[in-house]
Design a protein around this ligand. Sequence first.
Ligand code: NDP
Length: 283
Amino acid sequence: MTVLGLGDMGSALVRALLKAGYPTTVWNRTADKAKPLVAEGATHATTVAEAVAASRLVIACLFDYKSVTDVLDTAGDALTGRVLVNLTNGTPGQAREFAGRYDVDYLDGGIMAVPPMIGTPAAFVFYSGSRSAYDTNKQVLEAFGESLYVGTDAGFAALHDIGLLSGMYGMFAGGLHALALVTSAGVPATTFAPLLKRYITSMAGYVDGMAEQIDKQDYTINVTSNIAMQSAGYANLMLSAEEVGISPELLAPLAPLMARRVADGHGHEDIGGVVELLKKGKK
Ligand code: NDP
């Protein structure tokens, strides 16, 4: 196997391959980062072309898509006919455009783990693009964690990846707001954190009911708390922020969306209907 990119994530991928017993060739722009991996059994290639030529399966894990093209454009003909798995974070559009750039069997991937999780059962990775590239290399790829193939559309791994990251950052936004609120009133973050974790974990279960509403475009099913009530309660989040003197900017955008659903006559329905407003695009 060949791995291009030995940052925090690329190095973790190499270690997982070595641990699983796969001979691995590595390349990195800053060559020094290869040293510890060579000490652990990897082979260092000094040029991209040499690294690519060393293996049928080439894995790229670089900073962004531009860095991947900067690197692979120097490989010349060495890439032709190889399997290229790009585990660099990007958008679905970038992945689709990139898929046709080189004469390779292309798989795009989205890693749903941080480096210390790689190679543990907690890690999973989305793949999309060439089905044959996935089927042939699934066993090797599972050295990183569970592999989930999400379709022949090369953009789908990024779509799923960005979807999960969107959920995560939404949760972080709420968590940061909550911690700013309580600590500004003197409650230690460490006292509040276990309560935050407990409540967020129990509320995560509501996503299933929302998903059913969204697929059926029926926000009158699975209603446990109607949006008119939630919209009025949400106003108190904004007022409480004002009272303690913290900025409401992380949570403020949801308030007018909820109010619009209520004003449009959907007050008896669930909050899931906000998706209908988002799908209309920017106002
Ligand atoms: P790092 O910042 O640790 O490493 C970045 C890597 O990209 C280095 O190998 C760096 O080389 C290389 N690089 C940057 N720009 C260029 C360039 N123009 N030409 C050649 N090489 C370049 O990032 P990570 O390893 O953490 O992340 C790599 C990818 O994995 C990213 O797309 C990231 O989003 C994704 N990822 C990371 C996760 C994480 O928690 N770390 C989680 C999930 C996905 P050099 O050493 O020479 O600077």
